[in-house]
Design a protein around this ligand. Structure first.
Ligand code: NDP
Length: 256
């Protein structure tokens, strides 16, 4: 389905990003995966099991550094041609009360989740604009659609990302490019494990109890699998979804 397509997945070495990159590569795409840790990216690329027609191509890129984003995306397109699919997925989730959120913490969250996505999309569009088909699918969060208690800065960054996607879908309406966001609830990745440890330390409960609190938010009573998010992205990159544009798709087990 995606033979001849070049995809970029930021944060593609772990968790949701790796599941998305794998699904796209299995559908035939050449996928540039980025992150800050070269070893993690190399292991991810080496771990892609055969048979697969596409491939995973590691590239170190810190999304909080504008020059690095610009340079890395230019190198990816020089190596594998213009981008057709852009998945701004890299993100951090730090929950803390507003009176404990200093400016450094606020900037760190915005720099990664919002500035990073902005630079990733802007630099990707430089080559995507010339193609006859393109998909941008941002990984926001259910916290991009409603406030997440104890995580106002994270919620603001993910709401901002949805605003960016909705604005771009209007700017490019009628062109061969579409812009959508996925809004997951709690997904079974390192973010949830780190969150459980943080809640455990803060609230004086076990990490398992903290994890159960997150599971309780999902009315299917389980964490979401990364591949469930990946399959939605794959559908948005497939032939049946070309009229889906400017949308936020919740994958949250009915979390309200
Ligand atoms: P992970 O921690 O596994 O993934 C985060 C990825 O982002 C890592 O690969 C990390 O790579 C990369 N990353 C973080 N900071 C930077 C940076 N400055 N520059 C480049 N890459 C960076 O967690 P998930 O897979 O769960 O998270 C992926 C996305 O999904 C995030 O945007 C998150 O907010 C969102 N999400 C997750 C949910 C969940 O419950 N898990 C729920 C809703 C949304 P490295 O550290 O090597 O740079």
């Amino acid at each position: 389905m995606l033979d001849g397509r070049h995809a970029l997945v930021t944060g593609g070495g772990t968790g949701i990003g790796l599941a998305i990159a794998t699904a796209l590569a299995r559908a035939g795409a050449q996928v540039t995966i980025t992150g800050r840790r070269a070893e993690v990216l190399q292991d991810a690329a080496a771990g892609l099991a055969a048979p697969v027609t596409g491939g995973l191509h590691p590239l170190v890129m810190d999304v909080t550094d504008e020059a690095q984003v610009s340079d890395a995306i230019a190198r990816a397109t020089a190596a594998r041609g213009p981008l057709h699919i852009c998945i701004p997925n890299a993100g951090i989730a730090e929950g803390r009360a507003i009176h404990k959120t200093d400016t450094d913490a606020w900037r760190r969250i915005m720099a990664t989740n919002l500035d990073g996505s902005f630079w990733t999309i802007r630099e990707s569009l430089a080559s995507m604009r010339d193609a006859d088909w393109g998909r941008v699918v941002a990984i926001s969060s259910i916290a991009g659609l409603k406030g997440l208690k104890g995580a106002a800065a994270y919620s603001a960054s993910k709401h901002g990302l949805i605003g960016l996607i909705r604005g771009l879908s209007e700017d490019y309406m009628g062109s061969p490019l579409t812009f959508n966001a996925i809004c997951p609830g709690y997904v079974d990745t390192e973010i949830v494990s780190r969150n459980a440890d943080a809640i455990s330390a803060r609230a004086g409960i076990s990490a398992d109890a903290a994890r159960d609190m997150m599971i309780a938010q999902n009315r299917h009573h389980r964490l979401i699998a990364p591949d469930e998010v990946a399959q939605a992205v794959l559908w948005l990159c497939g032939p049946g979804s070309c009229s889906v544009n400017g949308q936020c798709i919740e994958i949250a087990g009915g979390q309200v």
